[in-house]
Write a protein that binds this ligand. Structure first.
Ligand SMILES: C[S@@+](CC[C@H](N)C(=O)[O-])C[C@H]1O[C@@H](n2cnc3c(N)ncnc32)[C@H](O)[C@@H]1O
Length: 237
């Protein structure tokens, strides 16, 4: 098992490849329902902000105009290679992303890299400028209320001595992904539900829908049928 550092340092590094390789459970459990939520808005233009290696792309309608941005350009370049859409654009800087353009901006597992509401607010205000009026931000995250539960695809390494403290804002959490061939552990930040929802509201976007995504069987491990591993928030400009 490999242990990695926290947030931004890790996600900017080359070591992320190991995580994305082990990340198939997210594709199985989350991306199908997430793609369905995206389809329900009938989008034509989508920006995957913080796209990583583009794990979501294979679940999206290839007729979409897809734009990719990640501050780790090496990851975004991997995403571009993975995209099945001939209409995929890679942005190597924020400056080249068009404003008032997108029907959907997806922010998938980006919050967990951010250590404060100030940083999220900066990101959300920028994202709001990329959305067209009436466009939708879709935030997908691990459900913050059930961090201490074991799911088919991942668990957080809390112990009896260091138990989950939901109230402790922005504490480090050691996430262990159950890949098929390997397990990978790295640190992210815990966000409380009000920290997420209130920061979205503060950015001027209006929360429109919440979805709790159920666990599924994965890699020979049974789904946790009692708690949802993922939360999806849709907010309108
Ligand atoms: C956990 S990965 C998720 C990748 C992908 N969205 C997914 O769902 O598999 C988080 C990604 O967000 C990117 N990221 C974090 N903060 C960012 C920021 N402020 N601007 C752009 N990308 C950011 C990281 O570089 C990393 O690739």
């Amino acid at each position: 098992m490999t242990k990695k550092p926290i947030g931004k340092d890790f996600w900017n590094s080359g070591a992320v490849k190991a995580v994305f390789r082990a990340d198939a459970s997210e594709e199985v459990t989350l991306h199908r329902p997430l793609a369905k939520i995206i389809r329900s808005f009938h989008p034509k233009r989508l920006l995957d902000f913080g796209c990583g290696d583009g794990a979501l792309l294979t679940s999206l309608d290839p007729r979409l105009e897809i734009h990719l941005y990640d501050r780790n350009l090496a990851s975004a370049t991997m995403a571009k290679q993975k995209s099945q859409s001939p209409r995929t654009h890679l942005h190597s800087s924020l400056a080249s992303i068009p404003t008032n353009h997108y029907d959907i901006v997806v922010l998938s597992f980006v919050l967990i890299c951010l250590p404060s509401t100030d940083e999220l607010l900066r990101v959300l205000r920028r994202i709001k400028s990329f959305l067209r009026n009436g466009g939708t931000l879709i935030v997908a995250e691990c459900h913050p209320c059930f961090r201490d539960r074991r799911f088919a695809g991942h668990h957080v390494a809390y112990t009896r001595d260091a138990r989950f403290n939901y109230n402790a804002r922005f504490h480090k959490i050691a996430v262990c992904l159950h890949g098929y061939g390997e397990q990978v552990t790295f640190y992210d930040y815990h966000w409380t539900l009000p920290d997420i929802i209130n920061t979205v509201a503060q950015s001027g976007l209006a929360v429109h829908q919440l979805h709790e995504v159920r666990d599924t069987d994965y890699g020979g491990r049974p789904a946790n049928l009692h708690f949802p591993p993922y939360l999806v928030i849709c907010a309108k400009k």
